[in-house]
Each structure stands twice: as structure tokens, then as C-alpha cells.
Write a protein that binds this ligand. Sequence first.
Ligand code: GCO
Ligand code: MN
Ligand code: MN
Length: 378
Amino acid sequence: MEDQERFVPQPEDRFTFGLWTVGNRGRDPFGDAVRPTIAPTTIVRELSRLGAYGVTLHDNDLVPIDATPAERDRIVREFKAALDDHHLAVPMVTVNLFYDPVFKDGALTSAAPAVRRFAVDKAKRAMDLGHELGATIFVLWGGREGAEVDAAKDPRDALRWYRESLNELTDHIIRNGYPMRIALEPKPNEPRSDIYLPTVGSMLAFIQTLDHAERVGVNPEVAHAKMAGLNPVHEVAQAIDQQKLFHIDLNDQRIARFDQDLRFGSDDLKGTFYLVKLLEDSGYDGPRHFDAHPYRTEDIEGVWQFARGSMRSYLAYREKVRRFHQDGEIQAVLARIQKLHSEGPAIDGEASLNWWRERGYAYEELDQLVTELLLGMR
Ligand code: GCO
Ligand code: MN
Ligand code: MN
């Protein structure tokens, strides 16, 4: 295939973007917006033109929190018309439980029953909206579910409220007959000093305590794992191992920084390669969802460059994975390593252990080949 064609995204590649990603206006804690608002229907048109499969949204990315029922219906109708016109899907929706000041000390884990009630009802309405748009995945990111002052709230209470809320949400799905599953998104901190259930592992353990564990999985994010100092590939692998990878947020992040939301694959080449390799080799067939922000330096043109670049990079990494599997030298080293393990001396006491003590594993050779593959030398 021609180089140009090979990296042109197609709907079957299942690339999706949140309305809030390309729509991000570049606000940060130190400065105001640098870009105008882009209408959701414009985002739909542009993403479709660029070859994306779908778009995702928080309830309030589309419908303002104070919209009347009539306004809500009109907005949803116009949005659906744009989706139809441009053949874009909405595989996932989520709920904003972090922006409204009412959530400043948590939504589903607020100690105030009235706040928890409002949060659960808001999430149910977002599920209804999602179902109306055809979404089968509901992401829950508990950005405000955390603490600065542990004296104020017993974390065991917070977990109990979290569990009760989630049980009510799975009941809502089941009672309405929605073909929908929930994907919990862990993050260690930001905006809270510490967020409850900060890693994929903690989420997976918590899910087992829910009434309908089969309906709940995870939505790991590259940046969140790195913020916790973890290896995102290992986090995602554990989710796959438990058949709980319901969705994924792709972006990039430097270790020990604030939440950067960098363009997918733009910083950590080797880490990204292994992540794409894992997704492709495991047969993950869910959306490849980008949750990142264009740099604050960009105008609208830069926003579309960002979207195009995210998808092109995924395809370029995928191509490298293909080459990895086809590269004679890499495969020969792998075969040697495999042979070493299968044909090395079996368990027969000290003699065999000494043999294994002295053995080299050829991982230097393998790693150099991977490095050269990524540097375009192979
Ligand atoms: C973040 C999160 C969010 C969530 C989104 C979907 O760090 O702010 O990654 O972008 O993914 O709210 O629930
Ligand atoms: Mn994030
Ligand atoms: Mn995310």
C-alpha cells in the first residue's frame, strides 16, 4: 500500500474523540481560554472528514446543565441529525460529576445524601441520553471522588457510598434493558489531592464487591497510570486478563508532571509501541478513544492537526507492530529466547539451577532491535 494511504484513518479503525478533547479551549489554572468554542455539530463534521469512527461526550458537553427539557430535545435532535449526515457513531457517553460547585467534596462519595442523590440522578439521565444516541459504554471518572483532609471523611464510608451509587446505576441499566456497560476510570490525583481507587488494580478489586460486577469494567488512561508512576501497558494487560477492558483513553504524559493530556504517542515512543502491540495482539475490538488536548499554543487549524496526528500516529505504531512480527531478525531472537526456556535443563536439582544462573537472556539484543525498529532503521 502507498505510504500516503496506509496512514489515512478509516472508520473501521474505530478512532473516537471526546467533544471535550478537540473542543478544549486551552484554559489552564494560570490562563484563560485561547480558542473559541467549537459547536458539537462542527466537531462531528470535521472528525468525520478526518476519518474518525465516532465521538463521545459528557452530558454537559452537549446539553448545558441549565437547559430546559425543550432545549435539550432540540439540541439532541440537531446533534443526531449531524451524526446521521456524517456517519459518525457515539459508542460511549459519560457524565460530568466534577464541574458544578455542588461536587466540590465529591459526587457519588459526597457525605451529603442530597448531593449523592443529585449525582446519581444526573448519571442516570446521562445514561438515558447515551442510550438515545446508541452508546453501549458509560464511562465514570470520579474526578472529585477524593480528599485533601482524611480527618473529615472516613475513606471506608466513601467506598460504601461509591458502591451504593454504582449498584443503583447498574440497576437503572438493567431495569431499562439498556445494552450498556459501565467503565470506571481510575486516576491517582488531580483535581483532588488524592482520588479514591487510584489505579486499575484497585478498581478491579472494588468491582468484585458490586451487585452486578459483570456490568462493570475499567477505562484505563495512559496519562493516569504514568501520573501514578506505573506502566500503562501492565495496567491494561491486567484489565484484559480479567476481561474488564471495556474502553481505553489514549494520550501521553511525562512522569512526575501535572496532568498533561499530551497527544497520543507524542512523547513515549517505546511505551506507546508496547501499548498498541498489546491492544492489537490481544484482539481488543473496542474504540480507540483519544482523551488528550491540543497544545495551548494552537488555533483551530492546530486542533484539526492534533486530531489527524493522533490517528496517524496510532496507525504508524500499528504498522511498527506489524513489522515487529514480520522482522526476520527480531523473530529469530525471540525464537532463540523461547527455545532457551523450553529446551534449557529441566528441574533436576543444583546442576540445572547453576545452568540457569549462568545463562544470558539476549534481551539487550532484542531491545536494541526494537529501538532500531522505532527509529526507522528496520
Ligand atoms: C481527566 C479525565 C477525563 C475523563 C472524562 C470522561 O483527567 O480529566 O481523563 O478526561 O476521561 O471526564 O469521563
Ligand atoms: Mn485524564
Ligand atoms: Mn480520561
